[in-house]
Design a protein around this ligand. Structure first.
Ligand code: NAP
Length: 335
């Protein structure tokens, strides 16, 4: 089969498109013919290498996979799935790891997945829309709803709002009846955030975003009436970690699922007790979340934000756009 392969950790010179043996489905697995695969913020991180995370090389990137059932390992034929069924893959498999991260992903023609890790795609949801959902939207769903408990009337500020997780957080904030505020890095991305429903945007390219937030939403105060926003979604980390405290209302919640710009930022725990902040971590999604997202895509409540759809052969173009921070929403490849 054709596959995109990372041959070693490093830069994009270590990415090639090559031919590999077709996977043989293990007992209990279904062979899926990939129709669409989406990139995530972690795809460049994996190529570079993440301390503490072991990715066996050669590696196939791509954690978001939609396709059709094409074959069966022992024990699953005649069960829930039949050839040609349209399915979305839940890419985290206990015991094997996360596809595209520590296990081989879907930037290729065929993947072997446990039959238990497939979710049916509704007829009116395209492969490309479905492939946009699992990792970024699933993570946003768990972080915002299950863990973050965002509620009607709250103000929710999202840092790095133009990415896969971020654009979904903006949409979920709106669906929950919140005031959605997107912080982004350019005027063009700011305009696109307004177009997908953000109530307000802050262009960090025009100056310190926290200062701009204080000007608009007020200064957090330990006593009396407090300014600031109720919730900050902060998977950027780095210098933006403590900076965010300058914009978070007393009693506010900071949600995180990652650290795009640094996982060990300096902390200032005085803010935590003085302003009684809650820091809430969130990791991954449940398979139920993926079913819910597909149902929302089917009935129109959720429209996956897709930046580009290119053939798999153009992987490097989409990869470069992602690494250069030029993608708005999801970069999807068709296979
Ligand atoms: N724990 C989990 O289960 C889980 C799952 C999925 C993702 N994540 C994490 O969530 C984060 C977002 O993932 P994603 O797939 O949405 O990524 P993405 O599509 O690449 O979006 C990330 C956004 O962050 C901003 N950004 C990029 N580089 C930055 C930098 N150096 N400094 C500050 N901001 C930067 C950009 O937005 P602007 O240009 O608008 O600022 C970019 O669009 C990543 O850290 C990822 O590892 C965690």
């Amino acid at each position: 089969m054709k596959a995109v392969v990372y041959t070693a950790h490093g830069g994009p010179e270590n990415i090639s498109i090559t031919t590999l043996d077709d996977p043989t489905p293990a007992p209990g697995d279904v062979l899926v013919r990939v129709r669409a695969v989406a990139l995530n913020g972690f795809d460049p991180m994996i190529l570079k290498g993440i301390p503490g995370l072991k990715t066996p090389m050669p590696h196939i990137p791509g954690g978001d996979i939609a396709g059709e059932v094409a074959g069966f390992g022992a024990g699953v034929e005649g069960g829930r799935w039949k050839r040609g069924d349209r399915v979305l893959v839940n890419p985290y498999v206990i015991g094997r790891g996360m596809m595209g991260e520590t296990a081989r992903g879907g930037a290729c023609e065929l993947v072997s997945v446990p039959a238990t890790h497939l979710v049916p795609i509704p007829d009116n949801v395209s492969f490309t829309d479905a492939a946009a959902l699992p990792v970024a939207y699933g993570t946003a769903m768990r972080m915002m709803i299950t863990r973050g408990r965002v509620a009607r009337g709250e103000s929710v500020l999202v840092l790095g709002a133009s990415g896969g997780v971020g654009t979904c957080c903006i949409q979920l904030a709106k669906l929950r009846g919140c005031r959605a505020i997107g912080v982004t890095s350019s005027a063009e991305k700011a305009a696109r955030l307004l177009a997908i429903g953000a109530d307000e945007v802050i262009n960090a390219g025009e100056g310190d975003w926290a200062k701009q937030a204080v000007e608009r939403f007020g200064k957090p105060r330990v006593h009396g009436e407090s300014g600031g926003v109720d919730v900050i979604v902060n998977y950027v980390g780095g210098e933006d970690w403590t900076k965010a405290y300058r914009a978070l209302k007393r009693g506010g919640r900071m949600l995180t699922c990652g650290a795009t710009n640094g996982y060990a930022p300096p902390e200032d725990i005085r803010y935590l007790w003085s302003f009684e902040y809650e820091l809430i971590g969130s990791n991954g999604w449940s398979q139920e979340d993926l079913g819910t997202l597909l149902a929302m895509a089917s009935d129109g409540r959720m429209k996956p934000v897709i930046d580009s759809i290119r053939p798999l052969d153009d992987f490097l173009t989409s990869y470069a756009a992602l690494a250069d921070r030029k993608v708005f929403g999801k970069a999807v490849l068709t296979v």
